[in-house]
Design a protein around this ligand. Structure first.
Ligand code: C2E
Ligand code: MG
Ligand code: MG
Ligand code: MG
Length: 288
């Protein structure tokens, strides 16, 4: 090893940049191979009715099971996949797997997926989503798309028409990580979101009686005013959950309910709750 390192000394010229470029190249090559080999897998986070504590659905969170890098966070590979132009492919591969998983769940349970702002630039995005739902025989009413405020930077008119055509098909749209971006109240009023998800940075501060509490209060009132239900994400402890319960009828997500799980863990969980249906409508093969 020492010898090898010695040999590499000609990288004295901006070694940091050189390493970053190499890492980046390795990531890109890995992502390409990963797409071909099905290494991207859905994990699932529970979505809970805070008042009753009952499960209402799951949010799919992408993970990359890389033979070289291990289990990689979406915060690492999504931006790279966006730059590479493969995000629609990656996203749709994951959504197809998730739809196959979710159609074996209690039909009262919803499936939420995160969508990159880049995907909304495609004027056929709504059609593409619908096509996937039809292909996997999954009711649009159980399908929810989460977009972040950064989607609203560019073409609000385009996003608005996209939201409307998705909603026309029965698909629900949530505004994710609310409070971290720059959407104005005027924009929010003109965009018919089905739900607002409060960013976990505000939720996690609630326990300490800090500004987080005031911001969450304000967003909950805003949601009431606009007729948009609220989800609080990133609930980690009982103090926060107790405060949220006082605020009204919210949905919640967070480590307090458990970490994001593999499909095997989800099936075990749903099996125990008696909320697994294995009569997948199109008679797909049973899973082992
Ligand atoms: P997000 O949609 O806001 O998802 C919530 C993130 O917070 C997840 O991280 C989740 O694991 C984490 N989280 C949940 N509860 C807690 C908690 O109580 N405490 C803390 N500290 N964290 C919590 P993850 O899975 O790393 O995802 C990060 C982001 O990556 C997501 O944020 C989403 O914007 C993006 N992402 C995930 N999957 C996809 C995907 O398929 N496509 C696209 N475009 N983006 C995705
Ligand atoms: Mg999300
Ligand atoms: Mg979020
Ligand atoms: Mg986020």
């Amino acid at each position: 090893h020492a010898k090898k390192r010695g040999k590499n000394r000609y990288y004295w010229f901006e070694p940091q940049m050189e390493n970053e470029r190499r890492f980046r190249n390795a990531l890109e090559a890995g992502i390409r191979a990963g797409l071909a080999n099905g290494e991207f897998v859905p994990y699932y986070e529970q979505q809970i009715d805070i008042e009753t504590g009952s499960l209402t659905g799951f949010e799919m969170l992408a993970r990359w099971n890389s033979p070289r890098f291990g289990l990689v966070s979406p915060e690492v590979f999504i931006p790279v996949a966006e730059d590479m132009g493969v995000i629609p492919l990656l996203s749709e591969q994951l959504i197809e797997r998730a739809l196959e998983d979710a159609k074996r769940w209690d039909p009262a349970l919803t499936l939420s997926v995160n969508i990159s702002p880049l995907q909304l630039n495609d004027p056929w995005f709504a059609q593409r989503m619908l096509k996937l739902l039809v292909k996997h025989n999954f009711p649009p009413q159980r399908f929810e798309i989460e977009i972040t405020e950064s989607c609203l930077h560019e073409n609000v008119a385009l996003v608005r028409s996209m939201i409307l055509s998705l909603r026309n098909q029965g698909i629900k749209i949530s505004l994710d990580d609310f409070g971290t971006g720059y959407s104005s109240l005027a924009q929010l009023r003109s965009l018919p979101f089905d739900r607002i998800k409060i960013d976990r940075s505000f939720v996690s501060e609630m326990g300490q009686d800090g500004d987080g509490s005031k911001i969450v209060d304000a967003i909950v009132s805003l949601g009431e005013g606009l007729g948009m239900p609220i989800t609080a994400e990133g609930i980690e402890d009982d103090a926060v959950l107790a405060r949220l319960r006082e605020l009204g009828q919210l949905k919640g997500q967070g480590y307090i309910y458990g970490r994001p799980e593999t499909i095997e863990q989800v099936r075990e969980r749903l099996g125990a709750l008696g909320r697994l249906t294995d009569n997948a409508p199109d008679g797909a093969e049973t899973m082992s």
